[in-house]
Design a protein around this ligand. Structure first.
Ligand code: RET
Length: 332
């Protein structure tokens, strides 16, 4: 047994030296059962071969990132409370933007709660451009929950903008569907296995098509949106221009964070969390409060909710006209 123990394969995996190896000892040719002359312990020196074996490295958030997620969650919660208060103080038919904003903030709040609690995150293989990259496999934490958030919140933010401009339902739908495509393409790009070159190329391919969708969305808003807004009252037109330019600039920073984070791995996961957190707060909370405070309802527009939508019938029965053709309209 002692004799056999000498031929046990040994495997050494080290993380710190840049050249990890697995050493496997191979039995000498001709078997080892016969004692040979010359060897110290009666057999030939063992031929050994060295096979490189890859080491995995995980790039993930630390306390700083987790704390940032909790802080952003708290900001969205406080912002939502503020919007609820503003909603209560507003006439029902003027609550379209309040309703949309409350929905946006609620979704963001839930999404940040989930991410802070460690949900909605996966490790995705990314390409290692460093020396001996093929021996050091990198896995980067990817918070895909934010794409689920964007899938719902970005169409809602765009709905606010297109309603403010009074853009046609057909064009508004085109803007929203293009935006949905942008988010889904971004999600696929961030999740694709990019360990090898072709995977990395696929990731940038998704990024490029998503950016094209982004440009279409803003192209429509800056042309058709501006034109539609020019027919609105001066205040509304000014607010639309302000929100469209401001929102475009903020949204344009998202692909930059993606390129530096999920794309090229130039910034760490904490920095990515903080960058997206700041952008999300400006794009949602900043947008909401500018819209709710600066929008005046003195003009009737596409944002004015119809009576049947906001008012519960005062009479008896589902439509307020009594039931089974009864004449009375109120229950006594
Ligand atoms: C991705 C990656 C691929 C290229 C582009 C992107 C754009 C993302 C945007 C996100 C906006 C999010 C907002 C969230 C909350 O309020 C998907 C990052 C163009 C514009 C406004």
């Amino acid at each position: 047994m002692e004799y056999l123990a000498q031929f046990k394969p040994t495997s050494t995996i080290s993380v710190h030296p840049p050249n990890p190896t697995s050493t496997i000892s191979i039995s000498p040719p001709g078997g080892t059962h016969k004692p040979h002359h010359g060897g110290q312990d009666g057999h030939l020196p063992l031929p050994t071969d060295t096979f490189p074996s890859a080491v995995s490295h995980y790039i993930h958030a630390t306390h700083t990132g987790h704390n940032a997620l909790w802080i952003v969650f708290a900001i969205f919660t406080a912002a939502l409370v503020g919007v609820v208060i503003l909603t209560i103080r507003t006439e029902k038919r003027n609550r379209l933007f309040h309703g949309i904003s409350a929905l946006v903030l609620t979704i963001a709040m839930i999404s940040y709660f989930a991410m802070a609690a460690g949900l909605g995150v996966s490790y995705v293989p990314i390409h290692n451009h460093g020396p001996q990259g093929s021996l050091h496999h990198l896995f980067r934490q990817e918070y895909w929950a934010r794409y689920v958030d964007w899938l719902f919140t970005t169409p809602l933010l765009l709905l606010s903008l297109t309603s403010l401009a009074g853009l046609s339902p057909a064009t508004s739908l085109a803007v929203i569907l293009t935006d949905v495509a942008m988010v889904i393409l971004g999600l696929l790009g961030s999740l694709v296995d990019a360990r090898w070159k072709h995977g990395e190329a696929t990731r940038w391919g998704f990024f490029t098509v998503s950016t094209v969708a982004f440009l279409i969305v803003w192209g429509i808003l800056f042309t058709g949106g501006m034109k539609a807004a020019s027919y609105r009252a001066k205040n509304t037109k000014g607010l639309f221009t302000l929100l469209t330019i401001g929102t475009f600039l903020i949204w344009a920073a998202y692909p930059i964070v993606f390129a530096l984070g999920e794309g090229a791995n130039k910034i760490n996961v904490n920095t990515e969390i903080i960058a997206y957190g700041v952008l999300d707060v400006i794009a949602k909370v900043g947008f909401t409060y500018v819209l709710l405070f600066l929008h005046t309802h003195d003009e009737t527009g596409p944002w004015t909710l119809p009576e049947w939508w906001v008012a519960s019938p005062q009479g008896y029965g589902p439509d307020g006209r009594g039931v089974y053709g009864s004449v009375g309209t109120t229950r006594d």
